[in-house]
Design a protein around this ligand. Structure first.
Ligand SMILES: *Cc1c(COP(=O)(O)O)cnc(C)c1O
Length: 433
């Protein structure tokens, strides 16, 4: 299978090339040249999630040098639980937060790291990644001490939770954490700028593990497909999902799974006050505003990168887009109320991002079943959730272990020369400068 740029379908590369490049040369994002239809009815019902993922991803790896490693990549990447909690006849939670850094980002980050460690190369890659909170820790954890890889994580200073920050800054070694005095959009802009900057071109082999990297998005299609398949086996009907969204990667993966023929019905995008999809659907134009700070900080994105992929899926056509994509937003007040009401009604503690999905759910027909996607563990956002519920959240063991480590990070202004300097000091021998 070939992967093409969203901006020019004649730019076409192999999967491992697309993963190594991150962004296409014309600045577009890589998408599969086509979506194979997967015949899930022939799959034995007893197979594990990782075996299912291997089957489903095989067509994308066809003719790529990575294909012979796909089985072990899946086994090593999907080695934590994917769990579904039934709340009542019409409501379920899909918990995507049982990986090493407690958010869904672990699925994509681990998969990409395991793929890149099989790519034959004598280069040292630099993974430059902007984070609104959870990507940074997932990527740092996945690439920590992997040979021939350097990781640079840019996070917006004072705009993420203390535990999120701790999970990004506790690594050291090949991981450089940078606290950027600005917003997530400033971090994302610096990362994008570095890709066309001569300094980075001459001194590094740059890559990214943001969800602009296809190697993160493809594996995310598998948990939607697997869940929809399991749901179909049990209920004989399609699964409807509500997906908390910011940079629109996770929900794009859900649309892709549907495109491959898996039994998925409605897909609702839930957002915080930034509400880019809602505004687009209303005005036909993408808003051009900096991101707003909200309680669901990992979704504080003003310019979602993956919009381009979703738009491409609907043939760059507004009407088509509007027919398939439904967007609902939750204010901070609604997030708070929802964290409380979900606890009161179901005894479930949810994170502020997941709360946007539950709030959207409350606006939809209660007789239509929905699966709410839980994107992070509430213990990462204890500063928000504990005061609302007036009780302590139990901290999972693997988070405890990370929180015991010392933090290392450098503070920079959102400027290219400061980013270069921090990189140089961390990774380049003096003689090289
Ligand atoms: C990243 C993240 C999101 C948003 O996902 P996108 O793919 O950027 O839309 C939602 N919730 C949590 C907890 C996240 O970490």
């Amino acid at each position: 299978m070939k992967f093409v740029s969203t901006r020019n379908k004649t730019i076409s590369v192999s999967l491992s090339q697309a993963m190594q490049q991150g962004l296409a040369l014309d600045g577009g994002l890589f998408v599969p040249a086509c979506f194979p239809k997967i015949d899930y009815s022939s799959l034995p019902e007893s197979i594990s999630y990782s075996q299912f993922a291997e089957n489903m991803l095989a067509p994308f790896f066809k003719e790529d040098s990575l294909s012979r490693h796909l089985s072990s990549i899946c086994q090593r990447s999907f080695n934590f639980p994917l769990s579904r909690v039934e709340l009542d006849a019409n409501n379920e939670i899909l918990e995507l937060f049982h990986g090493p850094t407690l958010s869904f980002k672990d699925f994509g980050a681990q998969f990409l790291a395991n793929c890149l460690s099989h790519v034959k190369t004598d280069k040292t890659f630099t993974i430059l990644v902007a984070t609104s909170g959870d990507t940074g820790s997932a990527v740092a954890s996945a690439f920590y001490q992997k040979p021939n890889i350097r990781v640079v994580v840019l996070f917006p200073k004072d705009k993420i939770s203390m535990r999120q920050q701790h999970q990004i800054t506790c690594w050291g070694d090949n991981v450089l954490a940078l606290a950027v005095k600005g917003r997530f959009d400033d971090c994302q802009k610096l990362v994008k700028a570095a890709f066309s900057d001569p300094w980075w071109q001459s001194k590094t082999h740059l890559n990214t593990s943001n969800s602009i990297n296809i190697g993160r998005l493809l594996p995310q299609t598998t948990y939607y497909a697997y869940t929809a398949w399991q749901y179909f086996l049990k209920h004989k009907q399609k699964a409807n999902f509500i997906v908390p969204s910011g940079n629109i990667g996770n929900v794009t993966a859900c649309f892709w799974a549907k495109e491959m023929g898996f039994p998925i019905g409605r897909i609702v995008v839930s957002q915080n006050e930034n509400n880019v999809i809602g505004q687009y659907l209303q005005s036909k134009k993408l808003p051009n505003k900096p991101s707003i700070e909200t309680l669901a900080n990992a979704m504080d994105v003003g310019k979602p990168s993956n919009f381009e992929r979703l738009y491409d899926l609907f043939d760059h056509d507004f009407e088509e887009f509007k027919q398939h994509v439904h967007g609902l937003k939750a204010s901070d007040q609604a997030i708070k109320q929802t964290v409380l009401s979900v606890y009161q009604q179901y005894g479930q503690i949810i994170c502020p991002h997941t709360a946007t999905a539950f709030y959207a759910r409350s606006l939809l027909d209660s007789n239509t079943p929905f699966i709410m996607v839980a994107t992070a563990h509430p213990a990462k956002f204890e500063n928000i959730v504990e005061p609302i519920l007036q009780q302590k959240i139990q901290v999972p063991e693997h988070l405890k272990a990370l929180l015991d480590k010392k933090q290392h990070y450098t503070q920079i202004a959102p400027e290219m020369d400061q980013l270069c300097k921090a990189y140089q000091e961390a990774f380049l021998p003096k003689s090289y400068i």
